[in-house]
Design a protein around this ligand. Structure first.
Ligand code: ATP
Length: 239
């Protein structure tokens, strides 16, 4: 008997207005799993996350979360169900302090108090406690990425979607971010991770999908994906 995955995407086509991007995408995320989405620029990785979080509009197929149909649900509905999207480019409030950024992200979804959630975020990212009264704009790129993840955690996600969290960061910070992703998964959270750092992402992940031109070209356990010779071809433009 197979149980229902936490997230189940079936036959999904999606895009922006009349622009179709994704075509016939199937993808699953189980509880406590780290699923990695790989693919070259423009493959549709961000659009996939946008489709789940209610930003891009599905035109065919379905998205189920905990067995509930969320196809075409609005972003505020999706986040309340426990799916949080930490977008590419660290969309934090630059002119607010760290603390104010966290306040603004607290939606009281599953009942933990602001103080409890803030303590959990500070535990993961001690630098945010040190800089709590500092302006976000004055922090380094790595610290801003930590704040972006901290903000996502304030919504108490069951499934955290991270879009290129390592983008533009120094290797030491990248390793720190990946360690945190593994720690979060050990607490029972599921993670859907879009990454351009293929090697690290597949070391950290359980399962991988390779997207190219809006379609899933390969998928499998992360270790098998890492060994797959076709992975490089897709990055070099072979569709
Ligand atoms: P990258 O690694 O460059 O971020 P990606 O795999 O995340 O790439 P997407 O950002 O999903 O790819 O883009 C897929 C396609 O959708 C691209 O052709 C892009 O130009 C197009 N696209 C993205 N956002 C929009 C939008 N808001 N309106 C119209 N087209 C868009």
């Amino acid at each position: 008997m197979t149980s229902e995955p936490l997230l189940r995407i079936a036959g999904l086509s999606s895009g922006y207005g009349r622009v179709g991007v994704l075509e016939d995408v199937d993808l699953e995320v189980d509880a406590r799993e780290i699923v990695v989405i790989l693919g070259p620029n423009g493959a549709g990785k961000t659009t996939l996350l946008n489709s789940i979080s209610g930003v891009a509009r599905p035109t065919a197929g379905s998205i189920h979360f905990e067995g509930r149909d969320i196809t075409g649900a609005r972003p505020e509905q999706v986040v309340r169900l426990g799916l949080t999207h930490c977008p590419e480019g660290r969309q934090i409030f630059q002119r607010l302090t760290v603390e104010e950024n966290l306040v603004a992200a607290h939606i009281g979804r599953a009942g933990k108090s602001f103080e409890t959630l803030r303590s959990e975020v500070f535990e993961l990212f001690p630098v945010l406690r040190e800089r709590r009264n500092g302006m976000a704009s004055r922090m380094s790129g790595g610290q801003q990425q930590m704040l972006a993840i901290g903000r996502a955690l304030m919504a108490e996600p069951k499934l955290l979607m991270l879009d290129e969290p390592s983008l533009g960061l120094a290797p030491k910070i990248v390793h720190q971010i990946f360690r945190i992703i593994l720690d979060l998964s050990k607490t029972g959270m599921s993670i859907l991770l879009v990454e351009q750092n293929v090697q690290l992402a597949l070391e950290c992940g359980d399962y991988g999908y390779l997207l190219n031109t809006g379609r899933v070209k390969l998928h499998g356990p992360a270790q098998e994906m890492a060994e797959h010779s076709a992975l490089g071809e897709h990055y070099l433009g072979g569709a």
